[in-house]
Design a protein around this ligand. Structure first.
Ligand SMILES: Cc1cc2nc3c(=O)[nH]c(=O)nc-3n(C[C@H](O)[C@H](O)[C@H](O)COP(=O)(O)OP(=O)(O)OC[C@H]3O[C@@H](n4cnc5c(N)ncnc54)[C@H](O)[C@@H]3O)c2cc1C
Ligand SMILES: NC(=O)c1ccc[n+]([C@@H]2O[C@H](COP(=O)([O-])OP(=O)(O)OC[C@H]3O[C@@H](n4cnc5c(N)ncnc54)[C@H](OP(=O)(O)O)[C@@H]3O)[C@@H](O)[C@H]2O)c1
Length: 531
């Protein structure tokens, strides 16, 4: 085929525009099977051995590469997709955020249908398929930008659209060529684990990746298997779009081991909110089978009482977690792997094999961007001779229902277990029902606060009343996510942050998380008590 992007392309001496990158990536994605030609950006005249080769150019590999270059190291990053950035912009976080923003807009339309200036939306559907197409039409721009930025601004070397194979701890093979490096950084991510039940191969069964790659009809009745972030986020979108959605969850929602520090009051606000919006939720439920002649027709599950139930549907969405893609490295390098396939590393991201590092989803949960990016950076720092440790056990966390749900630090129950005197700053305060008070209200929840107060959100801060240190923050609402990144940092400082220091901060009123003004109301008190 005589197309300008056909075959292997060396772009090292070229400065492609954003439009050209977009076009190239589209072409390569469409023809990957038949063409598969690599995209090469390689400084062949540089005779230095690579300090590291990153296998996988997702969040981990790209950020590790950038840091290595910043420290004047030489790196090569290889990805089997024709772009850098990995699963986040291609199939995971970015579509998730598009769908979650749609869920929030649609939810507002439903609650305010026929009120104020809102049109009648009572029985209206929004097309899931159409939004998937919107995502597909736009996702290449992020890919194009990352290729451009990595080459033109971050001076990285890369080979894209080509799978890499490890030969030994210093040698990687790609497109028939072998490259030597002082170190190898493994960052090839994870893949959905399907539940071990019959019917997962039927037409009409999707996960987050196949949803965007393969959906070709409009779902009208959905069953979700799983009870964590993916289940809640995608389920909330499907329901808000007008596709009646049932969640079949083994653990109570948000009580899975993969989510830590979830406060029970926050959890109940989120789950009750999902039920209020018409979702059906079965907890303590085991999926038994997905059934249908040529495509999905029903899901059979065993409920909490052990009774088998049948849920008719034309769409099944799997949110049962992911397993690291570690098999190749275990076989070839003998890297040590844990029970769920995760490559075991220390806080420098070193595996048991000298000069081999592993990062991101490949080392298991939490499978979050901060961990992938910072893991890449940590490996790079150590490779460049700077001893650096990254502890990812505690971190600020979030998910979306139709709300943005954010939390950091200890839940109330965890704090009561570990400390003698706990004070809670909460809105609505304990003992006041959320339909009795139009608070919290702030950006994003003003309409709810004035017209449907029980929907305006929930927030809680947990304080050690003896040391006055803030131990945890929990929020359901809109627009507080940024604050949680900084709250996490303040809480981790030596000495942390006290309620009095919170009260000294200058708030931008009406700020969504309100913790500053509420802390100030308590700050003058010698002995702290609930607010
Ligand atoms: C639905 C969903 C939504 C999410 N939303 C969020 C969110 O909002 N916020 C958040 O923090 N996290 C979110 N995550 C998690 C986040 O996407 C991951 O933690 C992150 O993308 C992991 O980055 P990584 O670099 O480890 O792996 P990836 O980004 O998956 O990169 C791995 C790369 O390796 C490449 N590769 C694999 N094998 C080879 C090979 N043999 N040769 C060459 N290349 C190879 C792949 O092509 C891929 O580009 C979400 C996850 C899911 C599933
Ligand atoms: N930051 C974000 O907003 C975001 C968004 C989406 C995804 N992610 C990340 O992406 C990863 C995947 O998310 P996820 O929600 O799919 O996975 P997850 O957090 O690992 O949760 C898996 C869910 O599936 C259930 N499950 C697992 N195996 C099952 C089986 N065989 N049968 C029935 N239920 C089963 C689990 O139940 P049990 O509790 O009973 O085990 C749990 O509810 C996570 O690491 C997550 O952090 C992040």
């Amino acid at each position: 085929m005589n197309h300008k992007w056909n075959g292997t392309l060396d772009v090292t001496e070229r400065h492609l525009t954003m439009a050209e990158w977009n076009d190239l990536i589209d072409y390569k994605l469409e023809h990957n099977g038949s063409d598969g030609g690599a995209v090469i950006n390689l400084h062949r005249d540089d005779t230095r051995t690579f300090d590291a080769i990153c296998i996988g150019g997702g969040a981990g590999g790209r950020f590790g590469s950038a840091y290595l270059r910043a420290r004047k190291g030489r790196q090569l990053v290889i990805d089997r997709w024709p772009f850098l950035g990995g699963s986040c912009p291609h199939q995971a976080c970015v579509p998730h955020h598009l769908f979650s923003e749609a869920a929030r807009e649609l939810d507002l339309m439903r609650w305010f249908s026929n009120k104020l200036w809102f049109p009648d939306f009572t029985d209206k559907r929004a097309s899931i398929l159409e939004l998937v197409k919107v995502f597909l039409a736009g996702r290449g721009t992020a890919h194009a930008f990352m290729n451009w930025q990595s080459k033109e601004q971050l001076d990285m070397e890369y080979i894209l659209n080509a799978s890499a194979f490890v030969v030994d701890e210093h040698t990687v093979e790609v497109g028939g060529e072998r490259f030597q490096a002082k170190n190898i950084i493994l960052g090839t991510g994870a893949t959905t684990v399907l539940p071990d039940i019959p019917g997962t191969d039927l037409k009409g069964v999707y996960d987050f990746a196949s949803l965007v790659e393969e959906l070709d009809y409009e779902p009208t009745r959905c069953v979700i298997i799983g009870g964590s972030k993916v289940a809640i986020e995608y389920g909330s979108f499907f329901q808000a779009a007008g596709c009646p959605t049932t969640i079949v969850s083994r653990s109570p929602l948000m009580k899975t081991a993969s989510l830590h520090h979830v406060d029970e009051d926050l959890r109940l606000y989120v789950v009750d909110g999902m039920r209020k919006r018409g979702m059906t939720i079965f907890e303590g439920a085991e999926p038994v089978a997905i059934q249908g002649k040529t495509r999905v027709e029903q899901v059979i599950f065993r409920d909490a009482d052990g009774v088998e139930q049948c849920l008719p549907c034309d769409f099944v969405f799997i949110g049962t977690g992911e397993r690291p893609n570690s098999e190749h490295y275990r076989e070839v390098l003998g890297v040590a792997v844990g029970g769920r396939g995760e490559i075991l590393v220390n806080k420098k991201m070193q595996t048991n094999v000298p000069n081999v590092f592993a990062i991101g989803d490949l080392i298991g949960p939490p499978m979050e961007m901060f961990k992938a990016r910072k893991g890449g950076m940590t490996a790079a720092r150590n490779i460049m001779g700077e001893p650096y440790e990254f502890d990812w056990q505690d971190y600020p966390d979030f998910l979306h229902s139709t709300y943005e749900v954010t939390w950091v630090g200890l839940s109330e129950a965890e704090a009561r277990d570990r400390y003698k005197n706990i004070a809670i700053i909460q809105m609505p305060p304990k003992g006041i029902r959320n339909d009795e008070i139009p608070l919290p209200c702030a950006e994003g929840s003003m309409l709810y606060a004035f017209m449907i107060p029980e929907l305006s959100g929930f927030q809680k801060a947990v304080v050690d009343a003896d040391s006055r240190r803030m131990l945890g923050f929990h929020h359901v609402g809109f627009g507080a996510k940024d604050a949680f990144q900084y709250l996490d940092h303040l809480m981790r400082r030596p000495g942390g942050i006290t309620v009095d220091e919170m009260g000294e901060m200058n708030e931008l009123f009406l700020n969504p998380e309100h913790f500053i003004q509420l802390s100030r109301l308590r700050a003058g008190n010698e002995s702290l008590r609930d607010l």
